[in-house]
Design a protein around this ligand. Sequence first.
Ligand SMILES: O=C(CO)[C@H](O)[C@H](O)COP(=O)(O)O
Length: 233
Amino acid sequence: MRLVDDPAANLKREAGEQAALLVEGGMVVGLGTGSTAAFVIAALARRHQEGLRFTAIATSERSAKQARDLGIELSDFGHHDAIDLTIDGADEIERGSLNLIKGLGGALLREKIVAAASRKLVIIADERKMVRHLGEHTAVPVEVTPFGWESTARQLGVLGARVSARHDRVGTLFVTDGGNMILDCNFGVIDDPAGLERRIGEIVGVIESGLFIQRASLVLVAGADGVARYERA
Ligand SMILES: O=C(CO)[C@H](O)[C@H](O)COP(=O)(O)O
């Protein structure tokens, strides 16, 4: 999305720039994916030019390209047992729990792998992303293996979802960085996100869902009055 098309771009930038200040010299840092995370990468590139040295791991080919183009060298995730800090965006953030829906940008699998290995996951967003209950506005993206995906879709339907296979702009099936597909699963408001994550994960053919339960450590939300901080208890 071009910045001029995004009415929340300034808020995303504010949250992204604050989050980038959390990176300290010598850290192993996970770089998220999406238009908000792109502001973090840009801010970190400026800090890198000023002399800050850190090890960066990208959660998508898109973020990897942006980082490299801006002079940030990347390291292979497989070479690290743990990541000190990952900064990423989200599609929905549940107010009380800080549980998340992620994956509208299609990078949920690598994002979840990197999040799971991170000592601290900082989520950045503009205030439109905050909801009372997950599922209010957003379907849950589920990454599935292409083989027999229609059968996997039917099983997700049995869990109560309206399922649609994601397509790209030219109308062909969307392919993730891992060569998989995404099924967008609309469950409506989700009463039990942890139970739903478990049930989705039990379906053979599912690789991961975009439900991120108890993973965010800190959420920075930019709004008209500045950037609010929410820490997970
Ligand atoms: O999960 C993601 C990509 O897989 C993104 O973090 C999420 O979609 C938010 O994107 P944006 O900052 O562009 O609103």
